[in-house]
Design a protein around this ligand. Structure first.
Ligand code: PLP
Length: 413
């Protein structure tokens, strides 16, 4: 008989030659239940990736699930963005603006990539300038706009992306030396700078505070717009609601996504009303069919409401435990572990080599752990657990993770 895995490969378009292939049966909190055989030997896997950042309060978050079902029973889609008044959408926008700051508004999109695409459109439309700066190891999504900002040329090659308007600067090198090296033509036509304060696909690299302060001050002085991509860092991931809160900065434009849809497709741009008003000339300069879908907004609002001081305390406690372990492991397993990157629960385990990372990724599977390799940093594995993971569950997952590391240490020594 044809297996579900064969049908998956036959009918679901693949862009990876080796998909992970876990046949999922159920999900609960930080756990996925399923098997690689697909024939009923279901095991519980601890998902260290939180569904690549989406399930920030665990899979099938109960409050978000009830809210989305209730909303779906009342009404789902009614018309394109911004025409009908939908309570869930209004309430969610208001709650996001309360987190972001006075004078803000929200434009709802359907993904992180779309949110950054709109941010790029806004920078160019508002400033009348086409050039943008992004950071080395940056990742902002796969549409043509975000691809112009994506640092790794591998993901741009062959698509005819016009990246002539982008320059990349290294956040771990002095800012002003790099600015001095940019062509004066480029600087004259520079509209905005895109940053992830803790770079997701770059390997959970937290930008140095000094670099961020200097960059924001320089942008402010020179009327250059700042865009902070909080698609991965938002909703409490780095210890406060926005990573910007931990750095003490506010960008002209903030983009969010992933966790903010309560498991459903989501993205949004937050900026000032004045900035959004520029999209009214000509009218409807931006629009989307599905953005702001009431079912997504109802679920997202329930996620936002759960980002409480108590949750953030759990982020701090889990983070303290994880980073202490990572330091111990760097001593104990010198052939495998080098250290860690990140802030809050936006953490990655930094390994000695690409080989060590792949071996650990594979071995962890045997220990019922799901890890992931980062797109722009092959020597780290993602350990971005749900923010509400109970410390005891984390400790037990860490026992398995240490067992996997010990196996790889043996193999590589
Ligand atoms: N921005 C960042 C920082 C991301 O990490 C991602 C996805 O991983 C995106 C944007 C793109 O989001 P999406 O996959 O929802 O388009």
């Amino acid at each position: 008989p044809v297996t579900i895995q064969q049908e998956f490969r036959n009918y679901v378009a693949q862009t990876s030659p080796a998909p992970y292939g876990l046949v999922v049966e159920k999900a609960e909190g930080p756990h996925l239940f399923g098997s690689f055989s697909g024939v009923g030997e279901s095991r519980a896997f601890f998902d260290f990736t939180s569904g690549i950042g989406v399930n920030s309060l665990g899979a099938r978050n109960h409050k978000a699930t009830f809210a989305l079902v209730e909303q779906a029973l009342d009404y789902g889609h009614t018309t394109v963005y911004g025409e009908h008044v939908q309570k869930a959408q209004v309430e969610y926008a208001k709650a996001l603006v309360e987190k972001w700051g006075e004078g803000g508004q929200v434009f709802f999109q359907n993904s992180g990539s779309e949110a950054n695409d709109l941010a790029l459109k806004m920078v160019r439309k508002i400033t009348g300038k086409k050039n943008v700066l992004a950071l080395t190891k940056a990742f902002h999504g796969r549409g043509y706009g975000p691809m112009q900002l994506t640092w790794n040329s591998l993901y741009r090659e062959g698509f005819g992306v016009d990246d002539s308007c982008t320059r990349w600067i290294d956040p771990f090198e002095p800012l002003f030396t790099q600015i001095e090296e940019l062509e004066s033509d480029f600087l004259e036509n520079l509209g905005g700078v895109f940053v992830e304060l803790v770079q997701g696909e770059g390997g959970c690299r937290a930008l140095p505070q000094e670099f961020v302060d200097e960059l924001f001050n320089w942008c402010h002085k020179n009327n250059i717009m700042t865009v902070v991509d909080e698609v991965q860092t938002g909703f409490g991931r780095t210890g406060k609601f926005f990573a910007q809160d931990t750095y003490g900065v506010r960008a002209s434009i903030t983009t969010i996504g992933k966790a903010g849809g309560g498991g459903l497709p989501f993205g949004a741009v937050i900026s000032s009303r004045r900035n959004f008003e520029k999209l009214q000339t000509p009218a409807l300069s931006h629009l989307t069919t599905f953005g702001g879908n009431p079912i997504v907004c109802a679920a997202g609002l329930e996620i936002l409401k759960q980002v409480t001081p108590k949750l953030l305390k759990n982020v701090e406690e889990c983070s303290r435990f994880m980073t202490a372990q990572y330091r111990i492991w760097a001593e104990k397993y010198p052939n495998v572990v080098e250290g860690y990157n990140g802030r809050g629960l936006m953490l990655a385990l930094r390994l000695k080599s690409k080989e060590a990372a792949w071996e650990l990724f594979e071995t962890a599977r045997e220990e019922n752990l799901i890890l992931a390799i980062k797109l722009n940093n092959p020597t780290v594995v993602r350990t971005t657990i749900p923010l509400n993971t109970p410390l005891d569950d984390l400790k037990s997952a860490f026992k398995s993770l240490e067992a996997a590391i010990a196996v790889v240490e043996k193999e590589l020594s």
